[in-house]
Design a protein. Structure first.
Length: 124
C-alpha cells in the first residue's frame, strides 16, 4: 500500500479543515483524483490519527457527518506547511542569487567593447 506524500497530506488536511462536511466525492473532485484514491487517502489519514469521522449532530442523515482534524492532524499540517515554506524560501533565495548573477553578467557584457573575430562584417 503506497504511502501518502507530504504534499498529498497537506492538500487533504487543508481541504478537510476548510470544509469538514466535504464528501469523499467532493474531496476527489477538489484533488483531481478518483473516488477510490480519495477514499484511500482519507482512510490513511484516519489510520494515522490525523483525521476523525463522526456524526456530530446525532442525525441519521449522512450529510451531517464531518471529517475533523485531530490535534495530531493540526500538528502535522503545521509541520508540513513549515517544511514547505522553508523549501520555497530556499528556492526563492536561490532564484534571487541567480537573477542578480544574470543581471551582473548582462551589465558586464554591455560594458565590454564589441569584439569581432577576423572576417566578420557588420550587417546594416
Amino acid at each position: 500500500m503506497p504511502v501518502l506524500t507530504d504534499p498529498q497530506r497537506l492538500e487533504i488536511l487543508k481541504l478537510l479543515q476548510t470544509k469538514p462536511q466535504m464528501s469523499q466525492r467532493d474531496l476527489a473532485q477538489a484533488m483531481g483524483v478518483s473516488l477510490g484514491k480519495a477514499n484511500y487517502c482519507v482512510k490513511a489519514l484516519m489510520e494515522m490519527g490525523l483525521v476523525k469521522f463522526g456524526n456530530f449532530r446525532r442525525n441519521p442523515d449522512k450529510r451531517q457527518y464531518a471529517y475533523l482534524l485531530t490535534a495530531a492532524g493540526l500538528e502535522e499540517k503545521t509541520r508540513i506547511t513549515m517544511a514547505f515554506l522553508r523549501r520555497k524560501v530556499e528556492e526563492y533565495e536561490t532564484l534571487e542569487r541567480e537573477i542578480e548573477q544574470l543581471r551582473g553578467d548582462l551589465k558586464d557584457s554591455r560594458s565590454q567593447p564589441d569584439v569581432r573575430t577576423e572576417g566578420q562584417t557588420e550587417h546594416p
